[in-house]
Design a protein around this ligand. Structure first.
Ligand code: SF4
Ligand code: SF4
Length: 359
């Protein structure tokens, strides 16, 4: 075990040094057809981002430029949002990325997955699709702030699974105080629908995901125990895992997901935001943007900036993590949590679990 940990730490050091781009995230819009109670990007149904969004040509040019410097076959182009299917050029951009050699994937709330969209995503060689579903009907509709959203999303998931679109489908479930006590029931529903993968992610105090929606220490512990046990119990039927949002200590690391916690923001993941800003991920506070592709190329920004992501984490996280004995494995958890720690609006997962155990 010690050898494995040493190899892991060495590997992280090598990645920080070489920063090989493996995931290129793109936030095409902040527009959405929902206004969820827990949206960390505070997306709305208004056209607020539209005027400043990258054009089809701007994003295509950047994809070409990146493909000239790095091997696109080594990079997954991950389209997030807002709701990405609100952009009418989405499949055009995806098909273009695929023609250059990128794998590509989308994260969607699933409401626009009709017969035509499913077909055009197939023609654009979509590799995988993650659909958001936040628990059983009552909880999903409440969190998504939309009566009937669950029924329509499930209908579209069934349609997708029955189609000839070969993209891998998984479910993303945001866990809050509203749905945490009914996850067993939810997993059973997913298996009945025919879903083979589900990833749970605790909400983390950004945007509208605040206050009473946040998990208490005990609820977070309940979630981790649930995933650890169900991962083993259901392993031949459905792949259950926790998102890589933070570090939870030896008791849970490697038992709630395949690997030890690792945040690749600015190291293996780079993001282009709706207005061309470049960051380590789409969910990191905009104060950690490193440039804008309207002024400099992504490659230039990726190669010459990002120091605070690669070598400066210790300093950035110091006010919260100083003297923590878990630093070498955790390194502050997910970069997107930094603001919440510094503002005092959230404790890290490791401290919450210890508190739940009364340690
Ligand atoms: S959480 Fe997703 S679906 Fe909900 S408002 Fe935000 S972007 Fe839209
Ligand atoms: S205090 Fe910082 S380094 Fe320690 S477990 Fe929490 S987030 Fe990780």
């Amino acid at each position: 075990m010690l050898e494995k940990l040493m190899a892991f730490i060495e590997h992280k050091g090598m990645l920080q040094e070489k920063h090989p781009l493996r995931y290129l995230l793109w936030e095409p819009t902040l527009r959405c057809n929902l206004e969820c109670l827990h949206c960390s990007n505070e997306c709305t149904t208004e056209n607020t981002s539209r005027l400043n969004e990258l054009t089809t040509e701007e994003i295509k040019n950047e994809l070409s430029s990146i493909a000239m410097h790095y091997d696109p076959k080594e990079i997954t182009f991950v389209v997030t949002g807002g709701e990405p299917l609100m952009r009418h050029d989405l499949t055009e951009v995806g098909a273009f990325a695929s023609s250059l050699g990128y794998q590509w994937s989308i994260t969607t709330n699933g409401l626009l997955l009709n017969k035509n969209t499913i077909r055009s995503l197939k023609e654009a060689h979509l590799g995988s699709i993650a659909v958001s579903l936040d628990g059983i009907e009552e909880h999903h509709d409440k969190l998504r702030n939309s009566q009937g959203a669950y029924r329509r999303t499930v209908e579209n998931i069934r349609r997708f699974l029955a189609s000839d679109n070969p993209a891998t489908l998984s479910i993303l479930c945001c866990v809050s105080s509203i749905n945490v006590h009914h996850l067993g029931e939810f997993v059973k529903e997913l298996m009945d629908i025919g879903v083979r993968r589900v990833r749970f992610g605790p909400i983390y105090g950004a945007g509208r995901a605040q206050g009473e929606l946040m998990l208490s220490d005990e609820e977070l512990l309940k979630l981790l125990v649930f995933i650890r046990e169900e991962r083993v119990r259901q392993r031949n039927r459905i792949d259950i895992s926790l998102s890589d949002d933070g570090y939870y200590g030896a008791e849970f690391e490697c038992h709630v997901r395949r690997n030890l916690h690792y945040c690749g923001a600015g190291i293996e993941w780079g993001a282009i935001l709706y207005d061309g800003c470049v960051s380590g991920s789409t969910n990191i506070s905009r104060k950690y943007n490193e440039g804008n592709i309207r002024n400099d190329s992504f490659v230039d920004i990726w190669e010459n900036r990002f120091d605070r992501y690669r070598r400066g984490r210790e300093t950035l996280f110091a006010p919260y993590c100083a003297d923590c004995e878990e630093w070498i494995l955790c390194e502050g958890g997910g970069f997107h949590l930094l603001d919440q720690y510094l503002n005092g609006t959230q404790e890290c997962g490791y401290k919450k679990i210890r508190s739940a155990y009364g340690r």
